[in-house]
Design a protein around this ligand. Structure first.
Ligand code: NAP
Length: 250
């Protein structure tokens, strides 16, 4: 049976695991595919894909290459989050070294539309450099990015994340623990309640977290949008689960 490793941690990775396991069609896909999904093991209560799941890092490209060989993996799909650049770099290196075919599945990024006031920046540090206090910031770039934004003069932060940030959390940070999908009404209420002036977010793409962008547009809030890190060169890329499923079935 064809063995496929999905590097996951996203809704697309879960959908792909379901598709390849025959969960969606109700029958096993062409010729039978055995899917193993891999999670980093960072979130305390992750949403799990169907089928076999392994958790935790591989130990860099070397570790992943060894794992691919030991588990006789025939195809590798990197369906990690667009900002999981280290995992993607490891996948590219391990695939090149072992000859295991690699496909990257990435949902499209968000696009600015009429009524939006976005400023695109290349990094979290560049986003922080845009903040000129006094300002109240809606920060959705993830708990591990919080230190980049704390300690900026006159900047108050509403930081939303799935798991709590590492303590100590400074006084100028209000943490909201939540996990999408979010609603426009909810995002509007949050922005109003905390009198937020600007939204700082990463270009994650996908429908689960677009409500904040709609609410920001409606309320005239500017958005600082951190661009995705570039993919390694020579990577085969698709944007939909259907394309990835067709490729993975060989
Ligand atoms: P990262 O910086 O690219 O990865 C750091 C290390 O974590 C990797 O070198 C790897 O360790 C391990 N790792 C990452 N993804 C893994 C996976 N799917 N399976 C096994 N090990 C994995 O990634 P990150 O930004 O910390 O994200 C961690 C995970 O959370 C990713 O799987 C991603 O899909 C998911 N996620 C990330 C974000 C985000 O904003 N970055 C948002 C939502 C979900 P080794 O080097 O030891 O192999």
């Amino acid at each position: 049976m064809r063995r496929v490793l999905i590097l996951g941690g996203t809704a697309e990775a879960r959908a792909l695991a379901a598709e390849l396991s025959g969960e969606l069609s109700g029958e096993l896909s062409g010729g039978g595919v055995h899917v193993v999904s891999s999670l980093a093991g960072r979130v305390s209560n992750p949403r799990l894909p169907v089928g076999e799941v392994r958790e935790g890092g591989f130990g860099g490209a070397d570790g992943l290459a060894a794992w691919l060989a030991a588990e006789r993996i025939d195809a590798l799909v990197d369906a990690t989050h667009p900002f999981a650049a280290r995992m993607t770099a490891s996948a590219a290196e391990a695939a090149a070294r072992t000859g295991v075919p690699l496909l990257v599945l990435r949902r499209p990024g968000w696009r600015e539309g009429p009524g939006d006031t976005w400023r695109r920046v290349p990094s979290l540090h560049a986003a922080a450099a845009q903040l000129d206090g006094p300002v109240r910031v809606f920060l959705t770039t993830g708990r591990r990015s919080l230190p980049v934004f704390t300690g900026l003069a006159g900047v108050w932060l509403l930081a939303r994340s799935v798991d709590p940030p590492e303590p100590p959390v400074p006084d100028n940070v209000h943490v909201v623990l939540d996990r999408g999908p979010y609603t426009v009404e909810g995002e509007r209420a949050l922005i109003r309640e905390h009198r937020l002036d600007v939204l700082v977010t990463k270009d994650s793409g996908g429908p689960m977290t677009t409500a904040k962008l709609v609410a920001a547009r409606e309320l005239g809030l500017p958005v600082i949008m951190v661009d995705r890190p570039p993919l390694p060169g020579g990577i085969r890329l698709v944007e939909t689960v259907a394309e990835a499923a067709a490729w993975a079935q060989g």
